[in-house]
Design a protein around this ligand. Sequence first.
Ligand code: T3D
Length: 264
Amino acid sequence: MRTDYQCLLIEQDGGVLTVTMNRPEKLNAFNDTMLEELTEAVETAAQDETVRCIVITGAGRAFGSGQDLTSFAARTEAHTMKVSEHLTNYHRLVFAIRNAPKPVIAAIQGVAAGISCNIALACDMRIAADNARFIEAFARIGLVPDGGGGFFLPRLVGMGRAMEMSMLADEVSGPEAERIGLVNKCVPLAEFESTTKAFAQRLAKGPTRTYALIKELIYKSVESDLPTTLRLEGELQDKAFETVDHREGVTAFLQKRPTQYTGH
Ligand code: T3D
């Protein structure tokens, strides 16, 4: 993995790769460089067999404050690009996260606003600190949720709450986010780092190939009907049965010992 990024910090600890967005003076607002770098880092980590869990987080007091409104204003004034064209860059990041054949976790402390919030929602799971503030900030500046927010939000929290978060753009706190299913877990700030680490390390020691199949099954199921999903379940279970980790799981059970998954 490259580590010489301008706007990211990269750290690998065993099978866990932590990618930290690093523009703290702007609350990690996305500029083009950070977006390109984050996309490249996730795409590379997705292919790297030594990485078995990816954590995306933010430096300083925020996860991220959305698109950098300074560059956004400059771009709009210069009419250099349609927003929809620019959004395709974010879509590449969303697909990199969803298609990565391993778990991708967002670790959120402080504010996650606008497209930063929706990149967190694109991840497979979310851990929040109790100081987290989720803001679908788009309507505050007369925009619709982008970066996949219109897809992820109603699926995570239901139609009514998705509408309210998108239209009123009020803050949702970490504890409230846990209550409504926007995040998997919310913990006190003092425990945030250790909880994230333990959660990610546990996933990194899991049956990684099976996790990739689980991602495929769950994500395809929400856009599918029952017969199609049951067919897919069979196909994916055939693949899971072929994995070394499946054999290891059964052997470990029979030998009454902990599993030692290799991710194969
Ligand atoms: O083509 C496309 O890319 C379209 C895509 C659009 C996607 C979007 O994300 S639209 C939504 C963009 N984001 C926002 O509208 C949020 C703007 N920021 C805020 O509303 C607030 O900053 C926060 C609620 C996020 C945090 O408030 P607070 O009080 O904790 O912090 P602050 O004092 O407002 O911000 C600290 C600094 O960060 C400040 O700079 P300064 O005064 O210390 O020099 C602030 O200007 C800067 N900052 C915060 N957010 C952004 C930002 N600078 C540039 N862009 C930002 N988004």
